[in-house]
Design a protein around this ligand. Sequence first.
Ligand SMILES: [Zn+2]
Length: 272
Amino acid sequence: MLKINIHNVPFYRFSGLGSYYRLAHFVSTRVGGVSEGGQFALNMGFMPADTTTNVLTNRDLLLKELNIPLTSVVLGEQKHTTNIAVVTAEDMGRRAMDRESRLPATDALITAVPGVCLMVLAADCVPILLYDTEKRVIAAVHAGWKGTVGRIVEKVVERMRQEFGCDPKDIRAGIGPSIGPCCYEVGEDVAEVALENIGDLGTCVKKNEETGKYILDLWEANRLQLIHVGLYSGKIEMARMCTCCHGDEFFSHRASKGDTGRFAAGIMVREK
Ligand SMILES: [Zn+2]
């Protein structure tokens, strides 16, 4: 990822996802906003601990630097499901200005409509952006451990193929900042579910012999799913930034014991 630091609100871009003029995309940080407390400062998610006004100001501060109208943004109600929505022009603005209009229980969004900005929120979970450079179809995915072991990103690529005829070989992917293998210790219960569901993919669940705990590598688990479903490994970019280790730059649920905000990852094909 490349850090774009020329404005008041810094953000990251995946260097290989698409050119600025064809594809707007970003991963926000917690720097440059107006929220306070655990949500300091660029909290992008509506939540009881923050005010709607703050969140709207934060979204506006970031999006205007990218030339993305807030009214073009669409978010789902993220519930750690593997539910996918295909977003149309009529969905534009859902959950952009209020919480209630979100797409219910949806953790992944796909669209082929230029000018629609798909956005997911995270604070340790993995945000993933996908772009089919031929069909110009995009997706934004929220993959926490449940979504990851539910193979949500694999399902998203399958859906892009079914719905829009996308060839996985044309799809580029960016796996964003999230809790990394350095910090993501899980109990035996989670490890068991993970092994059962993604154990065929390779080594993303490892036992720490010293502590007896397990490490779940969400980055690798999602990377391997993308390869499994047909993406070229050279087209998958990993941020390899741990949100828990970088609490000054990203919101982390684990690092701040729950009192935190949300950063965002968004993607939009620019209209010609
Ligand atoms: Zn870490």
